[in-house]
Write a protein that binds this ligand. Sequence first.
Ligand SMILES: C[S@@+](CC[C@H](N)C(=O)[O-])C[C@H]1O[C@@H](n2cnc3c(N)ncnc32)[C@H](O)[C@@H]1O
Length: 238
Amino acid sequence: MSRAEERVGKTKQELDRVVFIGRTYQEYMRMFDLQLPELVGKKILDCPAGACSFTAHGSRLGLDIIASDITYDHKIDDLEHKGLQDIGHAMETMEQAKGNYVWDDYGNVDGLSRHRHQALQDCVRDMRESPERYVAAVLPELPFEDEQFHLVLSAHFLFMYSDRLDYDFHKQTIKELLRVASEEIRIFPLTDLTGSRYDHLDRLIHELEAEGLRVTENKVPYEFMRNGNSLLSIRKNI
Ligand SMILES: C[S@@+](CC[C@H](N)C(=O)[O-])C[C@H]1O[C@@H](n2cnc3c(N)ncnc32)[C@H](O)[C@@H]1O
């Protein structure tokens, strides 16, 4: 196998390991309980942003947002293809697991699928038009300056995959998100894939408070996975 073929094989394996799916700008505003006016003039990081359209739409509204994800050094065409495959697969699995979700917003699996396709389509269009907003990074490390952002948002990664990502990884990642934030980080949801509250959340909150951070669990006006209707806010400089 040539070096080029090896590289293509490795790249494909890397992409196979992640799910390239994302939420829309409107879903983000509700899951992070945000209002547009409070975001104006702030530097915002979405990490890991996956196939979200928060950056695309927010930027069009004049917000200053950077998206970061492990996948962003792949070709946009490959990401789009992977995203379409992942939505198809996720919707098939969703048919079996419908009872674990609240359908008020989406109606049914087709409605959910439309939101996921819209997010992917808007995300890849923006990646093609404004690639500088999409920065590749492998957590728990980020290629950003200390306090480069006012607000850091992190959705559907920490806590959700606690079957695969251990406590140390969670702690290191949160420290890194805090390093690049000057004001606040918000994490959503606080549940794992079974809908149970993250096992080590109380320990985490206690340790962060002991470091002088202000940590609160806040209910949000969004619930899709049952019980997934709270965020964790961690504030600096209190
Ligand atoms: C389920 S998606 C969530 C995307 C988005 N935040 C949302 O709420 O729709 C999880 C994302 O984490 C990314 N990811 C997985 N491991 C990562 C790592 N070590 N560093 C950075 N991103 C990672 C994946 O590529 C994927 O896009």
